[in-house]
Structure formats: structure tokens, C-alpha cells
Design a protein around this ligand. Structure first.
Ligand SMILES: Cc1ncc(COP(=O)(O)O)c(C=O)c1O
Length: 322
């Protein structure tokens, strides 16, 4: 079981209901669950192995988990739905999934690949999963993926066991990546996480204010040093909300991305904004300022193509404000 819009890499199971352009679809198997969307190259039979549930919806999770019972081997979930729109998990959601998975016997896998920069979620919030995945910052800039968890589950990977789960790769346990990762983590503790938290708050508050000041409907969401900017006035709660906020706005989002690039800020085309430890409050303010100017520049385009995003009575724009 995974989350609709959750991204966990490009293996087959990960390409069901992720944010890939769907190549084909299969009907939803349960009430409250979206249809299965399969990326190119993923076999239709994969849809029978994976069920994607909407993020932040515990009643649907409970209904599907109880219905499938022991058939569900694991539930994989991100503490913040990253590519699915930077949507933070609602208070109590992950704890609820923890309770439900204990009830049905499924493993709870917390994918902390992207969110380790917020500080380990399970430590901060006390939701202890059965397995955890880490990547990105865990390699200190070099390629590395890490997983671990409950001793009895990890014991299955022990090659001296009677029926080991085979696990090997060309770069598995790569010494250079491990050394870089260990060194980087030696410099990433509570102070650095608190610094990123402050920067993230500053960025999100700044972006919301910048959009409001030029009368463009836009909201930022996220957690700690991981933020997302969306066009529209209501922040998304799940991937379907994010899809609605993006619908018909691909060109506008590209214009935003290219304008920021032109102004000297390299952001992810899909809208994700990450701070790293050396980021200063001043550089966050500079990005916020540029966002405001870029949104202001885009107003004439928005007025023609997306008038629903303009606040009608905002006559004074940022540039011609006294
Ligand atoms: C939440 C999440 N899970 C998994 C992955 C995949 O990690 P890797 O590319 O190390 O396989 C990513 C990468 O973007 C990610 O953001």
C-alpha cells in the first residue's frame, strides 16, 4: 500500500500513482481510492500488487487495510508528501497509520529520503516505523541510499540465514559514499535542523506575503527547510488537491520557474524549494523579494490566461507601490 502521489523511486511499485504522466489506468478497487495510474513501461499486473490511498485520509486507510487484512505486506508513506505537492502529514495521521498497521500486521515503512533534512521524523514525533529509508543528504553529496529497521525484519537480509532476501548492488556499501555521509551527519544536528526550520518558516511566510502584496493567489506549504509554492488560494491536503491546483497551469508554472532562473534563482521546475545549512536569512529574503517581482511581472499574463488567480480589487502592484 502506498500513498496516491507518493514518490519512492522508479521501480515498478513506485511508479503506480506517483506523479508520472500515466500511460494507462486501471479501475479503483475500493471506495475512496483513486484509479490506478501506471507510468510507461509498468505492466498492468503491477496494479494488482499495489493499492494507493489518498494522503491524510485515515478513514480510507482504515477501511482498505481492514478489508485487505494480512494481504497488505507493508504501507509506505512520506512524512511530507514531497513530489505530490510538499503536503505535510496532518497531525495524528502517521500515528494513525502506525496503529492500523499494528492491528493488521503490515509493516509501516517511513520513507524519509527527502525529509531527513527536517530532522528524523520518527525521533521528532515519536512514530516508530518498522522500516525506514534515507537518501539524498544521507550521502553528504555522494550517491547513497540507506534502509534499516526492526531487527527481526533486517535479519531476513542476513546472507547466512536459511532463506535470505537477496540484496546486492554494484555500489552497495560504497565506502566513499558512506564516509562522506558519516562526515556530513556529524555536522547535522539539532542546531542545524532548528536553523532550517526557521529559514523554512521565514520563506513560507515571505512567499505568502509576496503573493498577497501583488494580488496573485498563491500559497506555500511544507515543513522545515522543504517548501513548495502553489498557485491558488487553498493549500493542498493530498495529491488530488495538488493535481487540481496544477491543472491547466503548466505554462504558468514554467514561466515562474524560468523567470526565477533568469533572476538568478535555480529552483526545481515542479516547485520544490529546499534550503541547506549554509543558507542565510538574507538569501531567503532575496528569494522572497524575487518571487514578488516575478509574480508582479507575470500579472498581465495571469490576467489573460488565469484571471481566477488575480484579486480583482488589487490595483496597486508591487512595482508601482510608493
Ligand atoms: C521520498 C523519496 N523516496 C525515494 C526516493 C528515491 O530515492 P533514490 O533516488 O535514492 O532511489 C526519492 C528521490 O527523489 C524521494 O524523494
Amino acid at each position: 500500500m502506498k500513498i496516491d502521489g507518493g514518490y519512492h523511486g522508479t521501480h515498478e511499485w513506485g511508479q503506480v500513482n506517483a506523479f508520472f504522466a500515466p500511460h494507462r489506468t486501471a479501475p479503483a478497487r475500493f471506495a475512496g481510492v483513486p484509479e490506478a495510474r501506471l507510468a510507461s513501461g509498468v505492466t498492468l499486473s503491477t496494479a494488482a500488487d499495489v493499492v494507493a490511498i489518498p494522503y491524510n485520509d485515515l478513514p480510507v486507510a482504515a477501511a482498505v487495510l481492514r478489508r485487505l487484512g494480512e494481504q497488505v505486506a507493508a504501507v509506505i508513506v512520506e512524512p511530507v508528501l514531497g513530489v505530490g505537492g510538499g503536503v505535510p502529514s496532518a497531525p495524528g495521521y502517521l500515528a494513525g497509520l502506525r496503529r492500523l498497521t499494528r492491528e493488521t500486521g503490515a509493516l509501516l515503512v517511513l520513507d524519509e529520503c527527502a525529509t531527513l533534512r527536517l530532522g528524523p521524523w520518527q525521533v521528532k514525533h515519536g512514530v516508530v516505523p518498522d522500516l525506514t529509508t534515507h537518501s539524498k543528504i544521507v550521502g553528504g553529496g555522494l550517491p547513497l541510499g540507506v534502509f534499516g529497521g526492526r531487527e527481526d525484519v533486517m535479519a531476513l537480509f542476513d546472507p547466512s540465514g536459511s532463506q535470505p532476501v537477496y540484496h546486492a548492488s554494484a555500489f552497495g556499501g560504497n565506502s566513499l559514499s558512506l564516509a562522506a555521509g558519516a562526515a556530513a551527519l556529524d555536522h547535522f544536528g539539532a542546531d542545524e535542523i532548528a536553523h532550517l526550520d526557521l529559514l523554512g518558516h521565514r520563506l513560507r511566510a515571505g512567499l505568502d506575503a509576496a503573493a498577497a502584496s501583488v494580488g496573485v493567489a498563491g500559497r506555500s506549504v511544507g515543513e522545515g527547510g522543504l517548501s513548495y509554492f502553489h498557485f491558488g488560494s487553498t493549500p493542498p491536503r493530498d495529491a488530488a488537491d495538488t493535481a487540481r491546483l496544477r491543472e491547466g497551469r503548466a505554462e504558468l508554472r514554467s514561466l515562474l520557474h524560468l523567470s526565477l532562473l533568469h533572476a538568478g534563482f535555480l529552483t526545481a521546475p515542479h516547485g520544490l524549494l529546499c534550503q541547506h545549512v549554509p543558507t542565510s536569512p538574507e538569501s531567503v529574503d532575496a528569494l522572497v523579494d524575487t518571487y514578488g517581482n516575478v509574480l508582479d511581472d507575470l500579472r498581465p499574463y495571469i490576467a489573460v490566461h488565469h484571471p481566477e488567480l488575480l484579486e480583482k480589487d488589487t490595483v496597486r502592484t508591487r512595482r508601482d507601490a510608493p
